[in-house]
Design a binder for this molecule. Structure first.
Ligand SMILES: Nc1ncnc2[nH]cnc12
Ligand SMILES: [Zn+2]
Length: 339
C-alpha cells in the first residue's frame, strides 16, 4: 500500500476536470476577503470547513458560488490559479485543462477580461516555474438561459486562441443539454472543443443528449451512463474519455461508499475513465488524493492507475506529438518503478 502510494505520487498525469473556482481554499478565501474588503459569513477557517457537508450537488453549489464572491481582481485570479498549479505540480500533473465559470463573476460586475487576464497570468507563471502546460475551458452555467450563454461566448471572442473549448456545469437536473444545443453549435463553428457535465446526478438520457445534441469530445462525470448498457457500449466504441471525480462523488453522495466507486467497473467495461479532483478545496483533496482514495478502497493496482493516467493524456486536447511525449515519459516511469 505504501508502495502504491509512492507509485501514485510520482506517476505523470494530466488533470482534465478541475473547476478553478473550486480550488479556492478556506485560507485563501479569508485572505482575499480581507484584501478586498469583502464580508464573508464565516468567522474562521474551521467554520468554513465545517460548512462543507453536502447531501447533493445543489448544497455544494450554493456555498461554492458564495465563496467565489471574494475573487475581485486580476491578481486574485492569478494567485488562485498559481496556487492550484503549485499543488498540481506536487502531484506530478504535467498538463491541466481547467474549467472556469465566467458568469459567476460577470454577473456580480467583474469584467470577463479581469478573470481571463488573471487566469492566463497564473497559467503562464506556472508553466515558467513548473513546466506545467494548461488550457482553459469556458463553462456555461446551465441554470442560466441560452441567451446568457451566447453573451458569454461573445465576451470570450478576444481570448479564443487560449481557450480550448466550452463546457457545461452547475445544477444538472432540470437543465438538460438540449437547452444549450445552439450555443454549443456556435462554439463548434468557432473551432472550440466541447465537453459537458452529464450523468453526475442527471439521468443517462442527458448523456445521450450531450453526445447527440452538443457533439461532446469528452464526458464530465458520466457515472449514471452505467445504468444504460447500450449507452455504455456506445461510449466504449466511441473511445469517449470520461473525467471521473471520486472524492467529489463521495462528498456529493453520487456514491455512498468509495469501495463501491464505479471506476473499476468503468475500466472493466472498456470505458476510458480518468481520475480528477473537480473542486478540491471543497471535496477533501487534489488529484493524487483521488487516486489514493481509490487505492485504499478498491482492488485497483499499479497497472490500473497507469491506465488511468495514460487515459488522462490521450483524452486531453493536446496535439498528438505532445501526447506521445507524455506517454513516453509515463512508460519510462512505469518501467523504472517495476525494476
Ligand atoms: N461537480 C460539479 N457539477 C456541476 N457543476 C459544478 N461546478 C463546480 N463543480 C461542479
Ligand atoms: Zn465538475
Amino acid at each position: 500500500m505504501a508502495d502504491l502510494d509512492a507509485f501514485i505520487t510520482g506517476l505523470p498525469k494530466a488533470e482534465l476536470h478541475l473547476h478553478i473556482e473550486g480550488s479556492l481554499e478556506p485560507e485563501q478565501m479569508f485572505a482575499f476577503a480581507k484584501r478586498n474588503g469583502v464580508v464573508i459569513p464565516f468567522d474562521s477557517v474551521e467554520d468554513i470547513r465545517a460548512a462543507y457537508s453536502f447531501s447533493r450537488l445543489q448544497d455544494f453549489l450554493d456555498i461554492y458560488y458564495q465563496g467565489a464572491a471574494v475573487l475581485q481582481t486580476e491578481q486574485d485570479f492569478r494567485d488562485l490559479a498559481y496556487a492550484y498549479f503549485t499543488r498540481a505540480h506536487a502531484d506530478a500533473v504535467r498538463h491541466a485543462e481547467i474549467f472556469f465559470d465566467p458568469q459567476t463573476h460577470t454577473d456580480r460586475g467583474i469584467a470577463f477580461e479581469t478573470v481571463a487576464r488573471g487566469l492566463f497570468a497564473g497559467m503562464d507563471d506556472a508553466q515558467r516555474d513548473f513546466g506545467i502546460t494548461s488550457r482553459l475551458i469556458l463553462c456555461f452555467l446551465r441554470h442560466l438561459d441560452e441567451e446568457a450563454a451566447f453573451a458569454t461566448l461573445a465576451q470570450a471572442k478576444p481570448w479564443l486562441d487560449r481557450i480550448a473549448g466550452v463546457g457545461l456545469d452547475s445544477g444538472e437536473i432540470g437543465n438538460p443539454p438540449s437547452k444549450f444545443a445552439r450555443v454549443f453549435a456556435a462554439a463548434a463553428d468557432q473551432g472550440l472543443r466541447r465537453v459537458a457535465h452529464a450523468g453526475e446526478e442527471g439521468p443517462p438520457a442527458y448523456v445521450t443528449e450531450a453526445l447527440d445534441l452538443l457533439g461532446i469530445d469528452r464526458l464530465d462525470h458520466g457515472n449514471r451512463a452505467l445504468e444504460d448498457p447500450a449507452l455504455v457500449d456506445r461510449l466504449a466504441r466511441a473511445g469517449m474519455t470520461l473525467t471521473v471525480c471520486p472524492l467529489s462523488n463521495l462528498k456529493l453522495c453520487v456514491v455512498n461508499d468509495m469501495a463501491a466507486h464505479p471506476i473499476p467497473r468503468m475500466l472493466a467495461l472498456g470505458l476510458k475513465a480518468t481520475i480528477n479532483s473537480d473542486d478540491p478545496a471543497y471535496f477533501g483533496g487534489y488529484v493524487n488524493d483521488n487516486y489514493r482514495a481509490l487505492a485504499a478502497s478498491t482492488s485497483l493496482g499499479r497497472a490500473d492507475f497507469a491506465t488511468l493516467a495514460r487515459n488522462s493524456f490521450t483524452g486531453s486536447f493536446l496535439p498528438p506529438e505532445e501526447i506521445a511525449r507524455h506517454l513516453a515519459a509515463l512508460e519510462t516511469y512505469v518501467a523504472e518503478a517495476a525494476a
